[in-house]
Structures are given as C-alpha cells and as structure tokens.
Design a protein around this ligand. Sequence first.
Ligand code: FAD
Length: 306
Amino acid sequence: MTPPPDRTAPPSLSYELYPPRCAASADILLRTLDELEPTRPDHVSVTYSGDEDRRSRSLALLDHLLARTGLRPLAHLTCVGAARTELEETVTTLIRRGVRGVLALRGDLPEDPAANRGELSFATELVELVREVERRHTATLAAGRLAVGVAAYPTRHPESPSARHDVEVLLAKQRSGADFAITQVYFRPERYERLVAAARAAGVTIPIVPGIMPVTDPRRLRTLCRLAGLEPDPDLAAALENASGPAERHRAGVGFATALSRAALDAGAPGLHLYTFNEHRAALDLLERVDLPRPRPEPAPALLTA
Ligand code: FAD
C-alpha cells in the first residue's frame, strides 16, 4: 500500500534542465529560468552526459544558477566511462563551486561493447563515492551533507530482469546512502503507485518523487521513449498526432501530464519533478492546473544597524 500523503510537509517542486548547445538555445534557457524562478522550486536539476565539452557545459550551467539566480541546483553525475579519480575530482569541484545536491546515476552504456565502461559498474558505487568525497569535505560543508538522489523506475529498466530487481536496486541505493529518488518518465498512474508500494514493502523509506513530462510534441515523445527504452503511451501519442494544431497539442500534452501529477499527489507523492526540455510554458500551465501549494515569497527582513 502507498503510504498516505504527509500533509505536514508541502509537496516539493523541481525542474530538470539540460545545458544549452548553442547561443540560441542559451537565450531560450535564460528566459525559461526567468519564468520558472518565481514558482520557487526546491531545486533545478542539470543533466550530465556526453563528451568533455558537454560535461563542461553542465558545470557552466550550474555556475550560472549559483551566481546569477536564486535557484538551488541539483547536479546530475554519471559514472559510465569514467575513472574513479576523475569522479572524485568532479564531486570535489561541485562542492567547491557551491553545489549541495547530486543525482548519482550510472548513465547509459555505450553501444560499442568494446568501449570503456569506466571503473564503477553501478550507480550504488557512485553514491558511495559521493559520500566518501563528502566525508573529506566535512569542514567545507560545515559538517553538513550533500543531498544525494538516485533514479527509480516505474517501468522496468531496459537492462533489468524484472520490476522486483529494480526495487532491490533501489533498496541497495538507499543502503549506499541515497536520500531520495526521482523516477523515470512514466505514462500510467498505477506504474508509480505500484513502484512505491513494492519499494515500501521491501524496506525503501526514502522519498520517491515522480518524474513528470508534459510533452506536447509527438516527435519528442518518440525520441524520448527511444532513449529511455519505453513504449510511447498509445493514448498520448494518438492525442498528439491527431491534434489539429499546436494549441490543441499543447492542451493534450499538458492535460495528460496534469492528470498523472494529480494522481501521484493523491497517492501520496512527496512532490513533482518536471522534465522541462528547457521550456517553461508547459511546466507553468501544468502547475497552474495542479494548483501545487508553493511557499509565498517572504520579504527579506532588514539587517540590524548600529
Ligand atoms: P543503475 O542503478 O546502476 O542501474 C543500471 C542497470 O543495472 C539497471 O538495469 C539495474 O537493474 C542494474 N543493476 C544495478 N545494480 C546492480 C547490481 N548490483 N547487480 C546487478 N544489476 C544491477 N542519464 C545521463 O546520461 N545523464 C543524466 O543526466 C541522466 N539523468 C537522469 C535522471 C533521472 C531522474 C533518471 C530516472 C534517469 C537519468 N538518466 C541520465 C538515465 C540513466 O543514466 C539511465 O537510465 C541508466 O541506464 C541507468 O542509470 P541508473 O543510475 O539507474 O543505473
């Protein structure tokens, strides 16, 4: 059984962003940040993948969030293809730059079986590595801890033999030191509810935040599903394909994601993590429809003067 919602804690809100690839997409992202910041998210996560250039663009986006916005970043970090020392250096860099949250992931395996897969096999080992580096920086962190998140799968991970195995892996991630999990995209409310029920029955106690994707473009739905190893939901795919134009597609995609969000919150979800594709419109329309309670901005108190 999914535990009842904890009504004492307001639901969390977070957004996923990716580093822009060119000047035009950087402009779109800057506008998105301006539009999303007033919703006072608890954090915004920054994806991490690809070659060194793309990884350094992730770091640049994290720096931008810290230096130029009031948003708290959660840095995704993948271990596939990386040496242990390289990962330790990256975590140290993140801490030095002021990042206080890491989403520890393995990353997708390279298609070429002969390619370097790195020194760590699974995300559990990356969680342990992050905790080790954290212990070396107790003073920098003012004896505090990093928030360490991990991935969870409402639909079986493509490499996993079963949903049960996915839950065992999630439990192992918790034992390694994960504080919370964010789910992969899913399209049926019962997928999230079943995952949470199975995880709780197995002893997983960390919050499992549903990852919701307000997708309004059929091509993007197909691409994302291919990358994540998922089947596109036939109802959503048909609604997007058959829509008479962009406005109807937008309504269909946001409506679908709103229903998923409401169902997850009704089932006790601790908050929502929205995959934004660096665009604000669908995320904001979804939030308005879900009517997620957000903290009101408090005016900063005046500093005492002598
Ligand atoms: P793991 O937990 O290591 O699992 C990988 C596979 O190994 C699974 O099939 C699992 O069942 C199996 N497994 C794990 N431990 C064991 C074990 N001890 N013994 C046997 N089998 C085991 N990818 C990116 O490249 N960059 C990103 O920024 C990114 N962000 C993401 C954010 C979210 C919220 C999610 C859900 C996914 C994200 N991904 C990202 C995708 C992710 O990297 C892939 O799904 C990847 O294939 C698995 O990552 P993981 O951390 O779940 O790996």
